[in-house]
Design a protein around this ligand. Sequence first.
Ligand code: HT7
Ligand code: ZN
Length: 876
Amino acid sequence: AAPFRLEDYRAPAFTIDTVALDFQLDPPATRVTATLSIRANTEEARKGRLELIGDEIVLKGLKLDGVAVPASHYIATPSLLTLTDVPKGPFTLEIETIVDPAANTKLMGLYRTSGTYCTQCEAEGFRRITYFLDRPDVLAVYTTRLEAEKSDAPILLANGNPVESGDIPGTDRHFAIWHDPFPKPSYLFAMVAGDLGVITDRFTTMSGRDVELRIYCEHGKEARCTYAMDALKRSMKWDEDVFGLEYDLDIFVIVAVSDFNMGAMENKGLNVFNDKYVLADPDAATDADYANVEGVIAHEYFHNWTGNRITCRDWFQLCLKEGLTVFRDQEFSSDMRSRAVKRIADVRTLQARQFPEDGGPLAHPVRPEIYHEISNFYTPTVYEKGAEVVRMLKSILGPDDFRKGMDLYVKRHDGDAATIEDFLASFADATGVDLSQFKLWYSQAGTPQIVARGAYDEAAKSYKLTLTQSLAATPGQSQKRPMHMPIRFGLIGPNGDDMDYASVSGGRVDRDIIHLTEASQTLVFEGVGGRPVPSLLRGFSAPVRLAIDISASDLLFQARTDTDPFNRWQAVQTLAMRNLVAGTAEQIAGRAPKVEPALIDALGGVLDNDTLEPAFRAQVLQLPSEADIARELGQDVDPEAIAAARTALRLAISTGLGDRLERHYARLSGETDFHPDATSAGRRALRNTLLDLRLARRSPDAIAAALTHFEAATNMTDRLAALATITQAALPERRAVLDAFHDRYANDALVLDKWLTLEATVPAPDTLDRVKALLKHPSYSPNNPNRVRALVGSFAGANQTQFNRADGAGYDFLADFALDLDKRNPQTTARLLVSFRSWRALEPVRRARAEAALRRIAAAKDLSPDTLDIVTRTLA
Ligand code: HT7
Ligand code: ZN
């Protein structure tokens, strides 16, 4: 099929003002009646041809202004309804369709999950419910009537406010009517019907309106929803305090379901969540789970303004809502927790997920300009890099002007389907700042590289800093232009404080921001009292790779003194990465690895520094992952050599830090009460990191400590950390602990996902066979995306050595699995295959085997558009 192109955008020919939906719910045959009030917008449209999009639906009836449309006036296929003779003036179209929720394994449109009816309409699911102008710039006011058997679905929910409900006399059916007064695109439509448990609360908005809050879940899991409810109320308050944005309906409903393709969905007034982002209690959820629940609840809630009240004109503008909303949820979590630790975690995720995308065949701009299948563009680039672009905008403008721009954006575009141009114009107009060069961040794919070179002139007391930016070619983009990058910086003086300087020339510097706008710029700082250690890209102020010629001793100094905690962490990571890259080369050459003493000193200094928060110390002590090292190497990647180098360095660090690990571990032990707050979580994180480092020695006492840690754990964070340590070390004891864990949580699917992930990520040669065996395990379910991602997704995405087995068996397994799953759930299949994205960077033997597996998939008949798109682009 032909691709969609941004340049081809045309405004819709018809407007749909209101939509009345009636659902007669029945598992294999739900009857949907959609009554649309429609009017033509253009002369062309007034000629009478109307095309409405469908997907796998069956038309049962069609009336125009109450009269059945003659067969000669329309053509209906499962994917298109064409009316050839609609009136010039406004008219009403009534469309009756039949859909089969029980057979819907794609989880798009109307489907069943654990006996509950549920919808997912973003991006193109509404067309699986009824024929429609299923595009985000068609905004309508929806009224939804649901009718179902009372015993099957006692709860009937839809967008907006409840209007009416009651029994259908003489039957065992009942109904509910919901009305959403805010015009919205079809992708924000939702309904849920089922037998569910609920918790309720209330929130009073800043203007004094009372809002009812409800969270629905499977019966028996209500107590696990209280943290999500708390996070929701904090999100509502934060959006008022920080952005002045208030909730607008009388009720806000969240429903947790167990079958869901993504994390959650921001449907107006009726958010539907993957239950893993709602349910949390200390016995079943880790600290990371709590943080995720908080972040995803906030993200979906924040969409109410950035996404719903202001939506996207077309799907090319996806980052308009997603990048901005990720930025907002990251800021919220930073305010709720430790800003520094959150920033490090977010940058780690960005580098692990987005950088490889930007550096491989699937690279695309934050605002793509072409796509075949939009569901493949819910990517780390659109989401996480999109958030980085908003963060850079804030750095360039400063917080006050950023807020002015946001206020103007909301004021101007409330009720609109907007574009990136609209967004940037709001900031430019509110502040007078020219953002035309900055806009390149939305159109140029790839991760820029900045090379920094500094020289101090003792006699002149001046410091010269040359910054050079470059951006490699990416698919479809061979020429790139220099971008506007905010480089947050400091010049660290001999006592560790940032030094003052008298003046600077060679570029614009505002407070602590260098505005890098040229391909190369040399800034000269005059009146600098001594040789500085440059601290560049503080807080990771731009999503770039920074190459800087800095000595190990300066990095050690920076790790000890930098006033920017992010760059303290970065200094240690840089030291570690240099060791790991060198260590990998030694492994390949068969030489013994050498360890940089400055790294052990830096780690020890951070470990012993009680003024630093434990969560931060834990982050510093965690080495770059095997995937990070592979990315840094960029070519001829040998995952076995990388893993061996990393193991050797961990051993050297563990030995180098010696009994300090035990001492700090003991100091942190003894807490039995569980609180999910960031401070308590930080102490657990540090203790668990220390346990893991101890086990790098594989000494009998370290093994015993890990087993005791597992047995004595009073919460899931500690229990899982011990289990991960034991399994990652591939200890023979792992089978017994994994089995014990499984048996303890045999009835808890979300916890069993953790178990499946641990099984799939053991770095041992028998893991692939174990994964294959687990596909038949009763705790695994082939149609549930969480189970699939936990087992197969973790194997392919997080087990570097075993997925990338030299014999290619890991690749063959994923190919076979994908070909089978593609028949049932194309979206989940396409996402799994992203694990192949860096195949070209592998050493030749593995590269050839990965390519053969990809080609086998590409050659298969009847591939879904989703899978075909990913495989084709990966091979291009
Ligand atoms: N806006 C939501 C996107 C989403 C989605 C997209 C494609 C297929 C299934 C989906 N479920 C949810 C999620 C979000 O960013 O908030
Ligand atoms: Zn989102």
